[in-house]
Design a protein around this ligand. Structure first.
Ligand SMILES: [Zn+2]
Length: 280
């Protein structure tokens, strides 16, 4: 319905919008059986309002989809917030960022990462940053580890479907390889998952505390066939340097020092200096 308060009648007999000046009516074509009868048309104000509503709707749909996928991706809610924006600028982080920036090429060429290095250097953190950056672009990612996979699969009669489901995510991240049991049964599952992923042609990211040398020179035949597949699919990226956890400890120590300093206790500060700077 045309709101007469916001319109005026033009010389051509059509109602015009007082705000944008566009007609809010139009005549049917002269050859139409309806002749000079008029029909409603959207003026710029209404079109703009519709556009804004549509944009908000699409944004909400995007947000909901991303949040749903994020919950599926991670097993720990604290990982939802591990992203590049909050990460310290290191060369490894830069490489990880580059990976997400070139995702289409990585995907096409089935390239993943093997993030390896000592415990506590932030390998899982980097993997989460990659996952979150891709999730924000509506790419499906699953991050899990073999202890969870083995536990999940144990009671299942049809283990193939579980393995196939892992192969369907656009990116699969297997965290902490090498911490799972190494029974024949467990290694069989590890191989099945990695081999299925390999055959899916989709990228895989693995994090591990195992030294790369050990992966390359493994003599146990069960493990060797797993590691060979991983080395074929994943570009090794060493994550080392200062320990990520000890950085956090250092930062906490800094905060504590400030706290005690304001409490005018230089003695306490000395005690922290002597006892507290050990890395964890
Ligand atoms: Zn208008």
């Amino acid at each position: 319905m045309i709101n007469q308060e916001n319109t005026y009648l033009g010389a051509d007999g059509l109602a015009y919008c007082k705000i944008c000046g566009e007609p809010v009516e139009a005549f049917f074509p002269p050859d139409s059986i309806l002749g000079m009868k008029k029909h409603f048309r959207q003026c710029a104000c209404i079109r703009q309002k519709r556009e804004v509503e549509e944009k908000a709707y699409k944004e909400r749909e995007h947000r909901e989809l991303v949040e749903r996928n994020r919950k599926i991706c991670f097993e720990e809610p604290r990982m939802y917030d591990w992203n590049f924006e909050l990460a310290e600028k290191t060369t490894t982080i830069e490489k990880a960022k580059e990976y997400t920036a070139n995702w289409n090429d990585m995907k096409k060429n089935h390239i993943g990462f093997l993030l390896w290095g000592p415990i506590g250097t932030g390998k899982s953190y980097i993997a989460c940053c990659i996952a979150n950056a891709l999730l924000n672009r509506e790419i499906t990612v699953k991050m899990t580890n073999f202890n969870t996979i083995i536990d999940d699969m144990f009671p299942l009669e049809d283990k193939t479907e579980y393995i196939n489901a892992l192969a369907r995510y656009e990116l699969l991240i297997l965290d902490d390889l090498g911490t799972e049991r190494s029974s024949e049964y467990a290694l069989g599952i590890v191989f099945s998952v990695i081999d299925r992923r390999y055959r899916s042609g989709r990228p895989l990211i693995v994090t591990t505390n195992l030294p790369i040398k050990q992966l390359k020179e493994e003599t146990n035949i069960e493990k060797k066939r797993i590691y060979d597949r991983i080395l074929e699919m994943c570009v090794p990226l060493y994550v080392g340097g200062s320990s990520y956890r000890s950085d956090i400890a250092h930062e906490k120590m800094g905060k504590m020092k400030t706290f005690f300093a304001t409490a005018e206790s230089s003695q306490t500060e000395n005690i922290i200096e002597q006892t507290g700077t050990k890395t964890i």
